[in-house]
Design a protein around this ligand. Structure first.
Ligand SMILES: Nc1nc2c(ncn2[C@@H]2O[C@H](COP(=O)(O)OP(=O)(O)O)[C@@H](O)[C@H]2O)c(=O)[nH]1
Ligand SMILES: [Mg+2]
Length: 305
């Protein structure tokens, strides 16, 4: 591999404390094709990056997601590495991130932070949140990924081009992960180091607000991939509620009290819940048939070529 074939893509918003060193580190590793997509930082991040020899582009909209989508459209290099500009990732690990791609074993590689992180890199809330989100993702998409929210990733250009991305904020990593699964890309994880943020720069991520957005993105995008999961969750909630009111109705009945309105409610809750499961099964059928059709069309197209 020629290291000029790898575009190092760094989204930044007020990262003046760390961006200079990060670019130096990548250059030292031999990677000088560096693109910084900057969210109109007010602290001189863009100027520092330019002085260090990176190409700097100002993002036209708002949010990390919008910045990534815009930058993906600008890249022509056959390999892309995205890395946060906050100095929490090591440039020296870029080769191990690229390895599975260069060996032809993967289209997309995620740097897994959750095995080897420095003390203080994650807050308790962040760590628990990450584990819960990954578990939720794995159940929804039938994967075994450990760190879908990682900010250090490598792609082939084809992999990037194939992704249909719309999320403008911190849901972008989730959407990238989902799209890779939907497009049947080969996704691999490699262990990386995760360092604490520099004291001078604060995170832009709000753990509760963004955590909730990420969770609901995983859930909503699962509708077309795993409808049984999507409808099953709604169904389970209603059936559970029905079982609760039902238990109360039955125990009251044993005491000689008949609760008519609550009995009706119980029946409605359970019927609605079961119906959700039937919706899930039907949608599952539609999705499966659709997949088979798409596969046939693709095979036909290939044969014609
Ligand atoms: N261009 C751009 N970059 C952003 C924006 N928000 C965050 N970033 C960058 O995205 C990376 C990850 O953000 P960060 O706040 O570190 O999130 P965390 O790593 O999840 O805590 C950092 O390099 C930020 O500077 C934005 O709105 N626009
Ligand atoms: Mg960060």
């Amino acid at each position: 591999m020629n290291s000029a074939d790898v575009c190092i893509l760094i989204p930044t918003l007020n990262e003046a404390a760390t961006i200079g060193q990060l670019i130096k580190d990548f250059r030292q590793e031999g990677f000088s094709n560096i693109l910084v997509i900057d969210g109109n930082s007010k602290d001189g991040t863009g100027q520092i990056a330019e002085a260090e020899g990176a190409r700097v582009v100002m993002q036209t909209g708002k949010g990390k997601g919008q910045a990534m989508i815009q930058a993906f459209g600008l890249i022509e290099s056959p390999y892309v590495v995205m890395v946060d500009g906050d100095g929490t990732y090591l440039a020296s690990e870029v080769r191990s991130l690229l390895k599975p791609i260069l060996e032809g074993r993967a289209d997309h590689v995620i740097g897994n932070r959750l095995e080897n992180y420095s003390p203080g890199a994650f807050t308790k809330l962040n760590l628990v949140g990450n584990r819960v989100i990954n578990l939720f993702f794995d159940v929804a998409y039938g994967t075994d990924l450990k760190d879908i929210l990682s900010g250090y990733r490598a792609f082939t250009l084809e992999s990037v081009r194939e992704l249909e991305l719309n999320k403008t904020g911190f849901e972008i990593e989730t959407e990238i992960s989902v799209e890779c699964i939907l497009k049947k890309q080969r996704v691999k994880e490699v262990q990386i180091t995760y360092l604490p943020r520099n004291e001078k720069g604060a995170t832009k991520l709000n753990p509760l607000k963004d955590g909730f957005r990420i969770g609901s993105t995983i859930y909503r995008l699962a509708k077309v991939y795993n409808p049984m999961f999507y409808f099953g969750i709604i169904g389970s909630i209603f059936i559970l509620a029905g079982l609760l009111t039902g238990t109360f109705v039955v125990s009251e009945w044993f005491h000689g009290i008949t609760r008519i309105p609550l009995s009706v409610l119980t029946a409605l809750l359970i019927i609605f819940g079961l119906q959700m499961f039937i919706f899930g099964m039907l949608s599952d059928l539609i999705v499966t048939l659709h997949r088979q059709t798409v596969k046939l069309i693709q095979e036909n197209n290939k044969r014609e070529k």
